[in-house]
Design a protein around this ligand. Sequence first.
Ligand SMILES: C[S@@+](CC[C@H](N)C(=O)[O-])C[C@H]1O[C@@H](n2cnc3c(N)ncnc32)[C@H](O)[C@@H]1O
Length: 229
Amino acid sequence: MTTIEQIENILQIPDTDKKTPVRVEEAKFIYQFILGHKIHKTLEIGLGYGRSASYIMLATGKPHIAIDPFQSHYGYQAIKNITDAGLKDNFTHIEDFSHFALPELCHKNEKFDFVFIDGDHKFDGILIDYYFASMLVKTGGYILFHDTWMRSTRLVNKFVEQNRHDFKTHPVSLANLHLIQKIQDNDTRDGMYFREFYTTKSWLKYRLITHLNDHPKGLLSKLKSIFRP
Ligand SMILES: C[S@@+](CC[C@H](N)C(=O)[O-])C[C@H]1O[C@@H](n2cnc3c(N)ncnc32)[C@H](O)[C@@H]1O
């Protein structure tokens, strides 16, 4: 059985693609979080190279479903990684878009303790994933979003915070993750309910991050490197 100490030596992730996988510290956070909260049934949208899927399965030792239509673009490396890690028996890959696969899971009345959203990062893609995940997650269960540096993710998170009182936000030590818990069985809003969810602070933060990425030799980046060498 592969251990958490061995897994990074097994996962083959190309050096040329640093953007796709969750970071190791984020994967370790997911692992520890699952261990600390009675989480058994898990679902993931966005498989990438299978890093998050591997850490999730190492933590639960139970079946895990990952939805991803584009594994052929990654040479099915996630499947190879999961097989090499000895985790394949617990793994189901649904090779389809989440907007097709998630309603199917709802129809089958599937329920999960933990859903990780890291697929299509466009605003409407994340919102649709959240919408179905909110029905698929058990009351008391968790939804974790990746890439909160992105404006799209932030806005979905803010929408939920302002409008979905059946969910509660939990603070997370890592800035790029956002964790919510389903605390009521039903969404009790009436049809007219709506609260604005624009966030000026996160807009400013996003502008700063993209500016620093686009101008790595600029004045702001130099100032940043003085404070964070
Ligand atoms: C950032 S990567 C996921 C990384 C992965 N969680 C990991 O840690 O290794 C995003 C993944 O989402 C997938 N994806 C993009 N659009 C999707 C959609 N509509 N439904 C499901 N997956 C999607 C991509 O193929 C890609 O593998």
